[in-house]
Design a protein around this ligand. Sequence first.
Ligand code: 5GP
Ligand code: ZN
Length: 149
Amino acid sequence: MARNARSAAQGCIFCAIAVRQAEASVVHEDETIVVFMDLNPVTPGHLLVVPRKHAVGLEDLDRVTSAHVWSVGHDMAQALRRSRMGCEGINVLLCDGEAAFQTVFHFHLHVIPRYAGDGWTVKAKSLKRERSLLDSDAQAIKDAIASTD
Ligand code: 5GP
Ligand code: ZN
């Protein structure tokens, strides 16, 4: 059995859509990705850019596929801007991990058109973080970058 069909058989809805075993409103596809309408859009036109290959998140998505997903996300944002949808802005969102609101554990990029007064909000309370803590945060990330070189 092909990889997607196996993941679909194991219950991954996005694998099932990728192999057309599940219904979706597809707007664009190629051999690497499929783009379709989110079933429960936060605004009209909300798209998901989904690699055909099953990967859960950034840790297991290969670089070439990842670059293509982001590039197609850019194309989709432009298409939305130029479309009859009449959107006035775009949010691109990736939820990587449960703590980041991921609910479907097959990598996907949200491309969300925005309309003035559309009511979608991201409530965030910014932290006040002193310089020494910002510096130690920066160092922790620099260490991680150095260890993946
Ligand atoms: P997450 O929170 O994982 O980043 O987002 C998952 C998204 O997938 C949600 O916006 C949800 O509405 C969408 N979704 C879940 N199940 C389906 C489905 O069966 N078909 C489509 N088209 N979208 C889905
Ligand atoms: Zn999958």
